[in-house]
Design a binder for this molecule. Structure first.
Ligand code: PEP
Ligand code: MN
Length: 360
């Protein structure tokens, strides 16, 4: 970050800016005095609230040089990050498929859907206990203990690692004790700092959904925050959690025919901006099983490192999002998606984050 002082700014005003940066944020400054002083900030400038600097007397302009989401940015980490989820790789040249029922409803429904997902060829199974819904009156999952018992049974039955959404921090220990391999942060919690901060203390892989009212920078900031290991005062207190998987799922728009608006251009854009694995969700974005298959192929062709979709053994009877869940056709979707991925393996991302190289 660079701070330009205005013409005629007094040495006291310049010192006040430096004091604020050093005292409030624990960073270092270097000042160049030409016609007017220019202050350069050293360290993680992401912690600085720009408004608190621009409002100081004598400040002309504050310029951020590095993106606020430094830890997640490809400018600082050129190679694709590949994350190991209980032996399953996510990122780089791998296409990783996450799938399973939107929510655990009954043991029979969960196990039947889990077997269907396994037979379809998914790599990581959805075993969702806690649900954040469009309306809080909608089905929100079984009682926690029972839900986690069934989640563990789904994992045992299929031998697949499981992903589950964490909404309530008080449930974290029980999730980990039940063997949840990947913690998902849903679109509605995508900026909930206490959750992000707690997950930054662990090494458990995290799927971070794109909040449907967030722009790219806000999304990548949330990812970088999980990776940074800093506390609420901006101090580095640990290593951070680098096992972050981004999941694009579309944003709110005026179109009411699809559930959310998923912009396919976001896939290569985010792959170029960030080294983190990026998957996408054709189910929650389109909201309609008739659209899911083609949208999944689109995401893969656009360069996603995988996708996450809803698979249900009996979609028309589902308590949660049945309209967007696919049945046995899940197998065809996974097979075709892998073929598309293989066919395009030689096509790199624009910045040279080469899918071709990573695929070797
Ligand atoms: C989900 O994956 O079950 C889900 C609720 O998705 P989102 O958080 O993107 O709405
Ligand atoms: Mn759902």
């Amino acid at each position: 970050m660079i701070i330009h002082m205005a013409e005629g700014a007094s040495p006291e005003q310049t010192q006040r800016v430096i004091d604020r940066i050093v005292r409030d944020y624990g960073l270092r400054c270097e000042t160049i005095v030409s016609d007017t002083p220019v202050i350069g900030v050293k360290g993680i400038a992401a912690v600085i609230d720009e408004g608190r600097i621009t409002e100081l007397p004598g400040v002309e302009r504050v310029i951020r040089i590095t993106e606020k989401f430094k830890d997640a940015s490809r400018s600082f980490h050129h190679e694709d990050t590949v994350i190991d989820v209980a032996g399953v790789r996510v990122g780089g040249g791998h296409l990783t498929v996450f799938g399973g029922p939107c929510a655990i409803e009954t043991e029979t429904q969960a196990l039947d859907s889990a077997r269907m997902a396994r037979d379809a060829g998914v790599d990581i199974l959805r075993a969702f206990v806690d649900k954040s819904r469009t309306s809080p009156y909608d089905y929100r999952g079984l009682e926690l203990g029972r839900g986690l018992e069934i989640a563990a049974a789904m994992k045992r039955e299929t031998g697949l690692p499981i992903v589950s959404e964490l909404i309530d921090l008080r449930h974290l220990d029980a999730f980990l004790a039940a063997g949840v391999d990947v913690i998902q942060i849903g679109a509605r919690s995508a900026q909930y700092s206490p959750l992000l901060e707690e997950l930054s203390r662990l090494q458990v892989p995290v799927v971070l959904k794109h909040g449907f009212g967030n722009d790219m920078s806000e999304w990548l900031c949330a990812a970088a925050y999980i990776m940074s290991g800093i506390d609420r005062e901006g101090r580095t207190v640990g290593h951070g959690n680098t096992n972050v998987i981004l999941c694009y799922r579309g944003i709110k728009s005026f179109e009411s025919e699809t559930r959310f608006a998923a912009d396919i251009a976001m896939i290569p854009l985010v792959r170029n901006k960030s080294h983190l694995p990026l998957i996408a969700d054709p189910s929650h974005s389109s909201g309609d099983r008739k659209l899911v298959e083609r949208v999944a192929y689109g995401f893969v062709a656009a360069g996603a490192n995988g996708f996450e979709f809803d698979i249900h053994s009996n979609p028309t009877e589902a308590l949660c999002d049945g309209k967007q869940a696919v049945g046995p056709e899940a197998g065809r979707i996974v097979t075709n998606a892998r073929a598309i991925h293989a066919m395009l393996a030689g096509v790199g991302m624009e910045t040279g984050a080469s899918v071709a190289v990573a695929a070797k």
